[in-house]
Design a protein. Sequence first.
Length: 462
Amino acid sequence: LQSDPMLCLGYSWLLMLSGQFELASKYLDYGEQETPPGSPAAGELVAAQAFLARMEGDHIRMVELSQSALAQLPENELEMRAIIATNLGLAYWHMGDMEATEPVLDEAIRCASATGNHYAALTALILMGRVKAVRGQLHAAEKVFKQAIQQGAEIPINTLAYMDLSVLNYEWNNLSECEANLKQAINLSERMGNNEFLVACWMIAARLKATQGNSAAAYQILEDARNRIRDRDVPMPARARVAATQINVALANDDLSTAKRWGTELDDQADCHPFHRFFNLTRSKLMLALDQREAAQVFLAECFDQALASGWEYGLCAVRIMQSLAEADREKALGHISSALQDAKSAGYMRTFIDAGNEIIPLLKLAIQRGIEVDSATRILAIAEALPMRTVAQQEGLLEPLSDRELEVMRLVAAGLSNRKIADQLVISPGTVKTHVHNLCGKLGVTNRMEASVKARDLGLL
């Protein structure tokens, strides 16, 4: 086996596709030693090495190897060129370079279709859908993912199509459809034994469970994901993405200590969201939770410039939402949220607003009062205000239930805002805020703002 380069090549592909990267690397080395420079087999071996580089998270090396392989392969070697172009497009996509991704994927689809390589053609098609999603063309992306499923049924790569559809449905708050898509994706990834895909599915599942109010299940899913990364061959960048998911789940559960602990695992070039994973907005969420407002503003300004220059429209909307929460000036905050609401009108963004936190509610109300994108703001606000945490049933044990306005004030108090800033957020006077704080302290049976925050968290009001 080791003396035959083509056998080494075939065996290494099987090893890579079953997650045995270290062993695959050895057989690629054996094959390279037995292959004359400039032969067709040399190009194919470089192509396999490029795929291995992607699985190891080294996208720069993957690009270099893929370009080298395309240069070495004859123009009529369409089958291998389809594989290389597909992997090169995948590398560009992971690097966030949408401009470079599209023409390479066009080439991949052309070559794959000409040679009947259905798997490569589907992979390139799904990646095209991902490009559209990153660019904020969510409905166009949905059509592509559904097309891939129609063409490929349960071919394993459609794990990605089902998974990406689940993300879109989550964004649109179609949670039952999100869950159904996710189950299909998990079943396919388990059947094919692809741990990279499975961990990616679990990250989405954890966010969904947290949204459904089942934080215990979300934490368990993420524990399984960490164990799978440690015990199996999963690309290392997944570790930082799982950490970002853990922080989002923790913050949704008001578990700041857990969020802080996982903050050390973050990577500024990797986030948990599949369609704006190229920078780390989770870090800005953690900064705001820790009341590091000025640092968050600087960080978000950098993210904004990067997203704008790269054409990451989905990420740009998410940045604007976070900027609205980081901005102390009410009018500037309104400017940010207005831009995000304009994006929501065409793309249908919803959960990106809601998952940013309860502090988004007064900003949405202010936008509606000013007549800014009223339809979009009203739809998002209705969902945000209907969350379980806002029900009176969760106020058992209080001397008297908090009113909706008192709940709003309580959440802003817990976020560390002064009476003046709360007044600006809610468009009321500081004196009225003072009265609300006095009343909610009385209802909670405490004597100051700090005790009120602790008691409200204990009762699940935040």
